[in-house]
Write a protein that binds this ligand. Structure first.
Ligand SMILES: [Zn+2]
Length: 361
């Protein structure tokens, strides 16, 4: 045997030493198995990589005498292949052990204690809506519900908003491809309820409305309105004012005052916007020696629109405006909720983050 072949054998012996060390490793848990794989990779780099002992042996070939050259090359190749096969097999084995440990870790541990299910509660908008509904029911009003996708007739025409009326544009309505509108106000329910029940009638209609607004701190494309309608013989603005003042007093306290300001809506004549004295500062504009936040220091909070039902609207529902008159009002629930709970951003109410919602039980 030539000297060179002896160096090849020596290189293999060095590998075997490392290999014995690897075989002594325990693989009884994931950590140990991962350590085994790391050790194996080190062995591979050391013995078969570019700077390994076998690679330098291959470079010796040119120095071996011609008669021994073939035998030497064959011996080096044989040992190198043996090393590579051993490493490949071991790698496959260790990797399968690792994946078994990982699978076992992911499977259910029946000895762990159970997790208590979280108990839900009503959304803050629902809580406020129910409070307002209860107040109106106690005042003799019925709760009316109706569809959210409407025809052009119910969303505009019957509400005295004919084709070409500027109010149609300002409302920025969503339309379906078939030409239906997502209702832009709950006033549509006034029409449907009067068609169904005729006069006299006293209803409130809470529900979703849709407008093409880009969401920001004070706008969302879907929000809730509560609409009120009262039609009977001899109904006047005084009844409107008394009713709005009464339900706000029941919600915010006996001292609550209201004021109405002239306004314009196509479906009421005359029309008015209504404000109520701030629930936080009792209308003084100052709370704890600071400018009151909900009313921005004015003492008044603007809430909604109202007015006497337009005779054209009554006619559209086959109610005779010579016999009957009525008032209607509407306001946004999200805005009211935001004021009551001092929320700067109404989008919080729709993000459904449980940490936020849990504060309002
Ligand atoms: Zn205030």
């Amino acid at each position: 045997m030539t000297e060179e072949i002896l160096t090849a054998k020596k290189a293999y012996e060095l590998f075997e030493k490392d290999w014995d060390n690897l075989k002594d490793l325990n693989l009884t848990n994931l950590e140990e198995a991962e350590f085994g794989l790391k050790t194996l990779i080190e062995i591979r780099n050391k013995h078969t990589g570019k700077k390994s002992s076998f690679s330098s042996l291959m470079k010796l070939i040119g120095q071996v005498s011609p008669e021994d050259r073939i035998a030497f090359a064959q011996e080096v190749q044989k040992l190198k292949t043996r090393v590579e096969i051993a490493i490949d097999l071991a790698e496959r084995e260790i990797k399968s052990v690792i994946s078994e440990f990982k699978a076992a870790q992911e499977s259910k541990d029946v000895t762990l204690p159970g997790r208590r299910p979280r108990v839900g509660h009503l959304h803050l908008l629902t809580i406020l809506r129910q409070q307002i509904e209860d107040i109106f029911v106690s005042m003799g009003y019925a709760i009316e519900d109706d569809r959210e996708i409407e025809t052009d007739y119910y969303n505009f025409e019957a509400l005295n908003i004919p084709e070409g009326h500027p109010a149609r544009e300002s409302q920025d309505t969503f339309y379906t491809t078939e030409g239906f509108a997502l209702r832009s106000q709950t006033s549509t329910v006034q029409i449907r309820a009067m068609e169904r029940h005729g006069a006299p009638i006293r209803i409130i209609a809470p529900g979703k409305v849709f407008r093409r607004d880009t969401p920001d701190m004070t706008h969302v494309p879907m929000f809730h309105q509560i609409e009120g309608l009262c039609v009977d013989k001899g109904i006047t603005m005084a009844h409107l004012k008394g009713t709005v003042a009464e339900w706000l007093r029941r919600l915010f306290g006996k001292e609550t005052r209201i004021r109405i300001r002239p306004s314009y809506f196509p479906f009421t004549e005359p029309s008015a916007e209504f404000d109520f004295s701030c629930f936080k500062c009792s209308g003084t504009g100052t709370f704890e020696a600071e400018r009151c936040r909900p009313c921005k220091g004015s003492g008044w909070i603007e809430l909604g629109g109202s007015g006497m039902v337009h005779p054209n609207v009554l006619r559209a529902c086959n109610v005779d405006p010579q016999v009957y008159s009525g008032f209607a009002f509407g306001f946004g629930l999200e805005r009211m909720c935001a004021l009551m709970y001092s929320l700067d951003d109404i989008r919080l109410m729709f993000e459904n983050d449980v940490r936020f919602l849990e504060q309002f039980r």
